[in-house]
Design a protein around this ligand. Structure first.
Ligand code: PTT
Ligand code: SF4
Length: 616
């Protein structure tokens, strides 16, 4: 089999054993890799209803048939597991040399189960697995862990590690690599922590073999050239995702004061131009020729250092908590990276605590933009000290615990905090958040960009079709290839390259029909996984799980050009029903039997039925 290796590495931390397992060819063709393969492996291997923080939950590291090949931005990988913050499917995508090294281990995925008796570092070395004593590493930050491991194992190893937050099972702890790349918003870092797994150090030596090397190289070289020739290339390399601060402010969707507003009075203090004035260097993921990892040097009256900034980090730790200017935001970003906490959820949780404090629901005084308090809270969350222990559970859990009015201000979907686009005037983006397969995240469908062009207040079927198309391309295709989607999104690299590259890599003909069908399969399988896990927990799946936060329906924007805007509940429900119809799911969002059969997911039917799920 070309393009893929056709096997995964299965590691059991409890018994300190490992084996290689073949993956049937049709599974690879039908799920491609990355997210698709991870979703299939989780369905097959995870015991139904497993506690996400128990040894029986599986952690999956998956690459795809394009990972590591010389083509634009191919140094990405997916980390997936049953999520401790949502109880459903969770994953994240990370750009790091670990992706390339993992592929060179001669596998398409690594699957980890069990729990080590003492803190452990997994050293994956050219096909061999070494269970290294990790006690000297436990308690270290992600930066110190990576530095120490490279000193010990050599700089050829690529490292994925957790910080104190993962060790303390903070529900939105992530996995960090290369001092500022992060993945696994739905608590994948906590899953590692629950397994006593501090880090994974990888060095591989097998080279993947494409089916048609010369065609792959030709297409890759041409695509690299097109990226560089793009009119947007130079500005992208200057600001990267940070240009979005100005764009969001101008379009009134910059999350501000816990998603109460779409504009922030101090936005110029945190925008891409300020970032440029602080920039000291730029980092890139492997095989990328449009680097966007903007590293800045910051100095405040109490702190100084370097941090890698992205739009999401700055919006959530800036405007959403009323914090400016950028040097302060950069330091909080740095703390999140070294502790291994997701910046998006952190900005939500702190913003939520600030709003609850303002409304008198929390007795603790936590004021908007209070830099020292934000630093203290970030540390308390990472180490679960004081109020940090409650906040470490995430917005949904805090709102359930406090009850009453606290529920009105909680901004999340399915338990995952919302990323950085306010949706008071963006029903399509609200639908994208509400139907994202991991809980609220923008990675699957960045609908707001289209809504800004076609109209913010329409609840149309065209928007629903576009949400599904974007989900299938971004969350289905790119997450499974696995390559960065930004060459397409940001510098308009022609999408047509991807089916051609996939065909050249695998020798299997991937046309658009095949890619859409595969993406539909992946989305429906992930939905079946959620329904299965809810049923196993005694909960009935309903359309209520696909609703955006109540706040956007009930509390209109009070300022900015879209003052007075809020979502319309009837319009939203119309869109949700169209969404279900187009996906072939019933009125509660459960896949129909005929849809499961058509997509080759019949194997899910007896499992769901045994749990009492009624399939229409
Ligand atoms: C992603 C989410 C994002 S999305 C950002 S910034 W973004 C935040 N980054 C964090 C960080 O940094 N530190 C931290 N402690 N927490 C963080 N949480 C947030 O995590 C990222 C880039 C970006 S920057 C984006 S949009 C694109 N995302 C891609 C994707 O999802 N898939 C894909 N095929 N290509 C992508 N390309 C872009 O990659 P999660 P990265 Mg990240 C400091 O992981 O869990 O998916 O959440 O991967 O290597 O950092 O690259 O404005
Ligand atoms: Fe990484 Fe940015 Fe390049 Fe994508 S565009 S591969 S996120 S450096």
């Amino acid at each position: 089999m070309k393009g893929w290796f056709g096997k995964y590495l299965y590691i059991d931390l409890s018994s300190k054993s490992f084996k290689y397992v073949d993956i049937p060819g049709d599974v690879l063709v039908d799920y491609i890799g990355g997210r698709g393969l991870a979703a299939r492996l989780l369905w097959d291997l995870n015991p139904v209803g497993v506690n996400p923080l128990s040894p029986e939950n599986h952690l999956i590291l998956a690459v795809g048939p394009l990972t590591g090949f010389p083509l634009p931005s191919s140094g990405k990988m997916v980390l997936a597991s049953k999520s401790p913050i949502t109880g459903g499917y969770g994953d994240g995508n990370i750009g790091t040399r670990a992706a390339v090294e993992l592929r060179k281990m001669g596998v398409d995925a690594v699957v980890i189960k069990g729990k080590a008796t003492t803190p452990t570092v997994l050293h994956l070395d050219c096909g061999n697995v070494i269970f290294k004593d990790g006690r000297d590493y436990w308690g270290l930050t992600t930066v110190d862990t990576e530095e120490k491991l490279k000193k010990e194992l050599g700089k050829d190893v690529a490292v994925l590690s957790i910080g104190p937050a993962g060790e303390k099972l903070v529900k939105y702890a992530t996995v960090i690599s290369e001092f500022g790349r992060s993945a696994g918003r739905p608590g994948i870092g906590a899953v590692m922590g629950s397994k006593n797994l501090k880090a994974i150090a990888i060095h591989g030596c097998s080279e993947p073999e494409p089916a048609d090397r010369s065609e792959l190289l030709r297409l890759g070289a041409e695509a690299y050239r097109k990226v560089k020739e793009s009119p947007g290339y130079e500005f992208w390399c200057r600001q990267g995702t940070m240009a979005t601060i100005e764009w969001s402010q101008k379009n009134s969707c910059l999350p501000t004061y816990n998603f109460s507003e779409g504009v922030f009075e101090d936005w110029e203090g945190i925008d891409g131009y300020i970032m440029e004035s602080m920039k000291v260097r730029v980092k890139a993921c492997p095989n990328c020729n449009m680097p966007c990892g903007n590293v800045v040097k910051y100095v405040t009256s109490t702190d100084s250092g370097e941090a890698e900034l992205d739009y999401e980090n700055v919006a959530m730790l800036g405007s959403n908590i009323g914090l400016a200017p950028l040097n302060k935001v950069a330091h909080i970003n740095y703390l999140a990276d070294i502790y291994g906490i997701d910046t998006i959820s952190l900005g939500n949780v702190i913003g939520y605590a600030m709003e609850l404090s303002e409304k008198g629901i929390l007795s603790e005084k936590i004021e908007w933009g209070d830099y020292s308090k934000v630093k203290e809270l970030t540390r308390q969350i990472a180490y679960r000290e004081g109020i940090g222990d409650l906040l470490a559970e995430g917005v949904a859990a805090v709102s359930r615990k406090l009850g009453g009015d606290a529920l009105k201000y909680a901004v999340h979907v399915k338990g995952l905090e919302v990323s950085a686009y306010d949706c008071h005037a963006a029903p399509g983006m609200a639908l994208a958040y509400a139907t994202s397969p991991i809980g609220a995240h923008h990675k699957d469908a960045w609908m707001i960009a289209l809504e800004v062009r076609v109209g913010r207040f329409d609840y149309t079927k065209e928007k629903v079709e576009r949400v599904i198309w974007l989900q299938n391309i971004r969350g289905g295709m790119f997450e499974s290839l696995t390559t960065c989607r930004l060459p397409w999104v940001e510098v308009s690299l022609d999408l047509e390259y991807y089916p051609k590259l996939l065909t050249a890599a695998t020798g299997y003909t991937y046309n658009w029909d095949k890619i859409y069908e595969t993406a539909n399969r992946i989305y429906t399988l992930i939905r079946a996984f959620w329904v299965r896990e809810y049923a196993a927990a005694g909960l009935k799946w309903s359309y209520q799980q696909d609703l955006p936060p109540a706040k956007w329906f009930t509390q209109p924007l009070s300022k900015g050009p879209l003052k007075g805007s809020k979502l319309d509940a009837d319009g939203y429900m119309r869109m949700l029903r169209w969404y279900y119809e187009l996906r072939g799911w019933d009125e509660d969002g459960v896949p129909r039997r005929s849809t499961l059969e058509r997509l080759g997911l019949s194997y899910t039917i007896p499992v769901l039925e045994k749990l009492g799920v009624k399939l229409s």
